[in-house]
Design a binder for this molecule. Structure first.
Ligand code: 0PR
Length: 393
């Protein structure tokens, strides 16, 4: 550490230099991220209220009420009735909370298992590791859809939970959540839906008259849900969301903190101190955009997705992995060749995509910061690289 402090000007200059290497969303090169530039007013209020700490809710009862308000509104969006919920640091924490609940509700199971799709996010592997749960991974069919027969076959007396994904990380696929709800009917198994990405896409696609099969609390046996404001919700980082149908579970399984200002309270979080400003910022997003504002955001992303998929279909040598339901697009080779060279050549040209080697695809997430102009430049480069690599042979 240096001896004396620097002036504001010196510090800001230094920071500019040090952070010059970071990419920015508006540059267009960030094509594989599930985060985006937060809503402008959300950023403003985040700074203003940066010191609010929901880890001690008794000190910040106004912020606590605001969180309840947001959870209630989102709960209704996800067709829940009187559910409870909380902001988290992101989808990983929300999924960890769900896995913990699944285990805690079944103390009689000595070797707990959770059934998850192979396409589920790595946060479930992390949670399984931390909680000493055995993950039973469900195969996908060749079209990347879940193999439901395999799903059923993995359920046994040790199964304390099952997971479905509403918007997979790799392709934005929505698992057959209604069917999974039927499979676990009367089995006393906790059912968690990971809609970390899809949670702020699917409700608005529905309102835009796209046919989306039921995926949320409208499915009878769904117990909990992850939906992250810091992905398609335009919230600030960090903002995750965990939603739970049965509030009594908090009483049964929550951690207790007896010594804080507001008196004894129970919570699910892994973290203690947690940002109230994230909640306030997202309250602002909800108030600013409303349903119609969100519909417009999604409509724009889907129009751009449509443009991208059209261009990909015109380029000989590559194809779509699947027809996208939402704004997540997987690109693969037509002849089955590895996607790795294509990915590294695109990176060299400055395009940052997601690479999923196990599915042999590169992923473009058509987030709100991705414009038509970015996609035109990207697909022009893509066409050149594909030709160069002779993927057509
Ligand atoms: N569930 C799903 C379906 C996800 O896709 C993700 C993250 C999570 C849970 C975990 O969420 P947190 O990262 O908030 O804990 N999906 C993105 C991914 O792995 C995360 C991401 C975001 C990656 C921005 C890169 C990036 O630039 O692809």
């Amino acid at each position: 550490m240096q001896e004396n402090g620097l002036s504001k000007q010196e510090i800001l200059k230094l920071l500019d230099e040090k952070l010059a290497k970071d990419l920015t969303y508006d540059s267009g090169s960030i094509l594989g991220s599930m985060c985006t530039e937060p809503f402008e007013l959300a950023k403003e209020v985040y700074i203003k209220y940066i010191s609010k700490n929901l880890g001690d809710p008794g000190l910040f009862s106004g912020t606590t009420e605001l969180e309840q308000e947001v959870i209630k509104e989102l709960g209704e969006l996800f067709h829940g009735n009187n559910l409870i919920g909380t902001f988290t640091t992101g989808g990983s924490e929300a999924n960890l909370i769900a896995m913990r609940i699944a285990k805690k509700l079944h103390p009689e199971i000595k070797s707990p298992e959770v059934v998850v799709p192979t396409s589920a996010h790595v946060s479930f592997d992390k949670a399984a590791d931390l909680l000493d749960i055995r993950l039973r991974k469900v195969n996908l069919k060749s079209n990347f859809e879940l193999d439901l027969d395999h799903f059923s076959s993995l359920i046994n007396d040790n199964t304390c939970g099952v997971v479905a994904v509403a918007g997979t990380t790799s392709l934005g696929i929505v698992d057959p959540i209604g069917e999974i709800g039927n499979i676990i009917e009367d089995k006393n198994i906790f059912f968690h839906v990971d809609a970390a990405f899809g949670g702020f896409v699917l409700p608005f696609l529905n309102l835009l008259n796209k046919k989306i099969p039921p995926w949320d609390f409208s499915v009878k046996n769904v117990d909990s849900l992850t939906a992250d404001p810091h992905k398609m919700g335009l919230g600030v980082i960090p903002s995750g969301g965990f939603f739970l149908k049965n509030g009594e579970i908090l009483e049964k399984t929550g951690f207790e903190i007896p010594y804080l200002a507001g008196g004894n309270f129970k919570h699910f979080h892994i973290v203690g101190t947690r940002p109230g400003a994230s909640v306030i910022a997202f309250w602002v997003v909800l108030r600013s955009l409303g349903i119609n504002g969100f519909k417009n955001v999604i409509k724009n992303c889907m129009n751009n997705t449509q443009y991208l998929t059209q261009r990909i279909s015109e380029i000989e040598g590559i194809k779509l992995s699947v027809n996208p339901i939402m704004n997540v697009v997987g690109i693969t080779t037509e002849n089955g060749k590895s996607i790795c060279d294509l990915d590294s050549r695109l990176r060299k040209k400055g395009w940052m995509l997601g690479k999923f080697e196990d599915f042999n695809l590169i992923r473009v997430v058509v987030m709100p910061h991705v414009t038509r102009a970015h996609l035109i430049k990207f697909t022009d480069d893509l066409e050149i690289v594909v030709k160069d690599l002779k993927l057509t042979c």
